[in-house]
Design a protein around this ligand. Structure first.
Ligand SMILES: [Zn+2]
Ligand SMILES: [Zn+2]
Length: 353
């Protein structure tokens, strides 16, 4: 039995060690999503399992959307992107907001313009102070533990190689933190919209309004019909992937979200693909229309309830929401989690309208 487990462990370790270090998905001939593979992310212990960056081949250099959580991981995806497009020129870096899993690798791109919403600079300053300290502590515990495991092993084999490899990764990341790497601040910022034209691509950037963070933007690659929504509404990263999740204890500018989505949907007819930073699957036009209609319904019903003195508890029983979810079952399904997420969303918006 024991030898069976050792054999199994050996096989697993071996297959991990020989796997690629990144996951790449081709979205269109010129657009890919890329993330460090699962092993890498787990090793680094980051709370988000998946951090998808998006790389766009403009025919005259590469545009990258979101730079991972650290210089180490940014360097990893950078070299894979260079291989994929057979081009090493990066022309623009876009941050979909300032949180560290979208900006942590900015410093690896020190020659390019970093494009983001103007509020993202404060977001970077506030957020990273909290995150970095916790992570150094976490990494040191992992290094200590793995060194102890190595000490108990008498022979060098694929298992010890794998442990050594993970210690290297921890050190790699710890170095970034100990060197007190500074997240490079965006240097091309905008307040409402910005259009970037480069090579054969046009990318429309739109500010969404405060919610998940203060600086969330969407980026639309017109020629490829691909919309990158970053971490907006936690799309793709919650139990019901297509159901938007609003953010607790932050200003939620729901009417601004609706206005931005309306403008976008009116300007661009036809279908498009939605890519999210932390989700496994892609969405499309129907999903954005659903989110937009849902936000409008929440805004309207909360305002109406407040105007006529109806309590939040009473509003939660309002049938129009149930009917809306029933009508949209093909998009969000019928999980019991929908009601949970909806109640949470309503409670949040109640505070801000
Ligand atoms: Zn975020
Ligand atoms: Zn994020």
């Amino acid at each position: 039995m024991r030898s069976f487990f050792i054999a199994l462990l050996f096989i697993c370790t071996f297959s991990i060690a020989t796997a690629r270090n990144t996951n790449v998905k081709q979205i269109t001939p010129d657009v890919i999503t890329i993330s460090p593979d699962r092993k890498q992310l787990q090793t680094l212990g980051w709370p988000n399992d998946i951090i998808n960056s998006v790389a766009i081949n403009t025919g005259n250099g590469i545009i990258l959307i979101d730079t991972q959580n650290s210089p180490a991981n940014a360097r990893l995806i950078k070299s894979e992107i260079i291989d994929q497009f057979n081009d090493s020129t990066f022309v623009y870096i876009i941050n979909t907001h300032g949180h560290s899993c979208h900006t942590g690798g900015n410093s690896v791109f020190d020659q390019q313009s970093i494009v983001a919403h103007s509020l993202s600079i404060d977001e970077i300053k506030n957020y990273d102070d909290i995150f970095l300290g916790q992570t150094i502590d976490f990494l040191r515990k992992k290094i200590y533990y793995n060194n102890n495991v190595l000490d108990t092993m008498r022979i060098e084999n694929a298992i010890s190689d794998s442990i050594n490899e993970s210690i290297d990764l921890y050190r790699f990341y710890e170095d970034d933190l100990l060197n007190n790497y500074k997240v490079r601040y965006p240097d091309l910022t905008f307040d409402d919209t910005l259009t970037i034209s480069h090579g054969n691509k046009t990318i429309k950037l739109m500010y969404m309004g405060k919610g998940h963070g203060n600086a969330d933007i969407m980026a639309y690659i017109e020629q490829d019909k691909v919309l990158c929504t970053g971490n907006l509404f936690h799309l793709g990263a919650q139990q019901v992937e297509a159901m938007p999740s609003f953010y607790l204890n932050r200003v939620n500018e729901i009417d601004k979200w609706v206005a931005t989505m309306n403008t976008f949907l009116k300007q661009y007819a036809g279908d498009f693909t939605i890519l999210t930073t932390h989700g496994k699957k892609n969405f499309d036009r129907e999903n954005l229309e659903f989110i937009n209609a849902y936000c409008q319904l929440v805004s309207t019903e909360v305002k109406a309830a407040k105007n006529s003195g109806i309590s939040l508890e009473k509003l939660l029983e309002n049938e129009s929401f149930d009917n809306f979810f029933k009508k949209n079952r093909n998009i969000i399904g019928s999980s019991s989690k929908i009601a949970e997420m909806h109640e949470r969303n309503l409670r949040i918006i109640w505070k801000y309208l």
